[in-house]
Design a protein around this ligand. Structure first.
Ligand SMILES: *Cc1c(COP(=O)(O)O)cnc(C)c1O
Length: 494
């Protein structure tokens, strides 16, 4: 299996060749040359597999350049009951992703029982083991540098802690995260994890990461890398639970289902799209956004119009506060019949600077990217229907009332992101299809909004009780790139 770029101008590579990198050299994202097809006979066999065996069956179609025994070993140490038992006490940890029935034909697929209580652990834990394996083979090292406002950074740290050949330098805004989030990250005592609290905002931390990454000599000397959401291995790991959820919600492979997915960067639902392209009987993929509704706008109107950070709202489902969906390009590549030139044309429009009113006298530096593309008057608008997407959005009030209804009717507490997915899923589903809502985090991560909705605090998994009182390890630093480089240099043996 070879991987090609969505922009059509990069040489084809293998799974391990793209594992540690980011974008393709032409600025595109990698996708398989062709999607592997799953036969009916395979589906019948897969239906009976454990999570780890299913993950091996799916991923061996993608990671074809990793010897089968090695891949099997990596997967079986990743998807264990031990790693995925951190969540609710009543969940069946051996299932890894238990399916919870709310009502006839309405299910929640639990994806948040990993160490950081969010679905990002499903892929990130595998990534940690794949990175360690690949670096070990190459006798190489990698220093992961990132900025986080909470979720992704902690998932990366829990995936990479104690891994040979890997260090993590994670910047976070000092004093801006919740006490729980701080404790989750800063209480890690592993010598390969470096938490750096920047006296500034998240954007300052992000700018420092960009500045270091743009210093190509420093980046090469200190082997700096990232773990962002466009990583292909992360997307491929997420394909597995669509199969698992389908088998758990149905009795035979003749049935179709709908999935509803709380979306931000389009990574999670992109995996669902690929599962469907492989032959999983998905009748409907329902995309849910919060008030940041760029993706909902596209599926309703055919116009993709990303917004800048100044037009991105801070909401009570903060992990979906994204107005530029990095993985969306992967879907558009398929939509336009895998025509890299068309993708280049579309993203040329998206990335073109919007020239403001020349009379306003704003200096050039304030010109912001504000481009868009529009498929309404093209054949692509018609083609879109064959991918079976529906979409909708949810507001703070919708979130509160959904959390309340699910609690009152079923005695189940869901988090704010999952509530967005459930609200839109119930609205958009075709009634004939069982609806599987993907749970993307546990409510304890967003206790404030749960308190507002229910007047009570969410339960916290026993393993994380009192985490705020553990000793913390963290370097406090000014938003100063020179200091950051000196800190990295001092902690990476040459
Ligand atoms: C990352 C995240 C999302 C959005 O997922 P994408 O793959 O970016 O679409 C939704 N909910 C939670 C809790 C998340 O952490």
């Amino acid at each position: 299996m070879k991987y090609i770029s969505t922009r059509g101008n990069s040489p084809a590579k293998t799974f391990t060749e793209i594992l540690l990198g980011g974008l393709a050299p032409d600025g595109g994202l990698y996708l398989p040359e062709q999607y592997p097809q799953v036969t009916r006979a395979e589906l019948d066999v897969w239906r009976k597999l454990s999570y780890a065996d299913l993950a091996f069956a799916v991923l061996s179609k993608f990671a074809t350049d990793i010897p089968a025994d090695d891949l099997k070993a990596i997967i079986s140490k990743t998807y264990t009951a031990e790693v995925y038992s951190n969540g609710r006490a009543d969940s069946d940890a051996a299932d890894i992703t238990p399916l919870r029935k709310l009502a006839d034909g309405v299910f929640i697929l639990e994806l948040s029982n990993g160490p950081t209580l969010a679905f990002k652990d499903m892929a990130m834990q595998l990534l940690g083991n794949l990175f360690e394996y690949a670096l070990g083979k190459q006798h190489a090292e990698l220093n992961i540098l990132g900025a986080t406002s909470g979720d992704t950074g902690s998932a990366a740290e829990y995936a990479m802690r104690g891994k040979r050949g890997i260090r993590v330098f994670m910047l976070s805004p000092d004093g801006k995260m919740s006490a729980f989030q701080r404790a989750q990250m800063y209480s890690l005592q592993d010598p390969n994890i470096f938490n750096i609290a920047i006296t500034g905002m998240f954007d300052d931390a992000q700018d420092m990461v960009k500045a270091v990454s743009n210093d190509h000599a420093f980046k090469a000397k200190y082997k700096i890398g990232t773990v962002n959401s466009i990583n292909w291995a992360r997307v491929s790991a997420q394909i597995v639970y669509y199969f698992k959820g389908y088998f758990a919600a149905t009795k035979s492979n003749d049935e179709q289902v709908a999935f509803s997915v709380p979306s931000g960067n389009f990574g999670n639902i992109c995996a669902g799209h690929i599962a469907r392209m492989m032959g999983l009987p998905i009748g409907q993929l329902i995309l849910a956004t919060n008030e940041n509704d760029v993706l909902d706008e596209f599926f309703r109107t055919g116009v993709y119009r990303p917004r800048g950070t100044d037009h991105t709202y801070e909401t009570s489902s903060p992990s979906m506060d994204i107005s530029k969906a990095s993985n969306f390009e992967r879907f558009v590549f398929d939509l336009v019949g895998r025509d890299g030139a068309k993708v280049r044309e579309f993203w040329g429009k998206v990335d073109a600077p919007k020239v403001g009113n020349p009379l306003s006298g704003k200096p050039d530096a304030e010109l912001t990217p504000g481009g868009s593309f529009d498929i309404r008057d093209t054949g692509y608008w018609h083609a879109l229907s064959q991918f079976h997407f529906s979409s909708g959005k949810s507001s703070h009030q919708n979130r509160l009332s959904t959390i309340r209804e699910v609690w009152e009717e079923y005695g189940v507490m869901i988090d704010t992101h999952t509530a967005d997915g459930l609200k839109v899923g119930l609205e958009q589903r075709r009634p004939s299809l069982p609806l599987i809502c993907l749970e993307t985090a546990l409510p304890t991560k967003f206790a404030e909004t749960i308190q507002e909705a229910l007047g009570r605090k969410p339960e916290r998994p026993a393993a994380l009780e009192g985490i705020e009182y553990l000793p913390q390890r963290c370097e406090v630093m000014d938003a100063d790139v020179v200091k950051l480089k000196a800190f990295i240099a001092a902690n990476v043996p040459q």
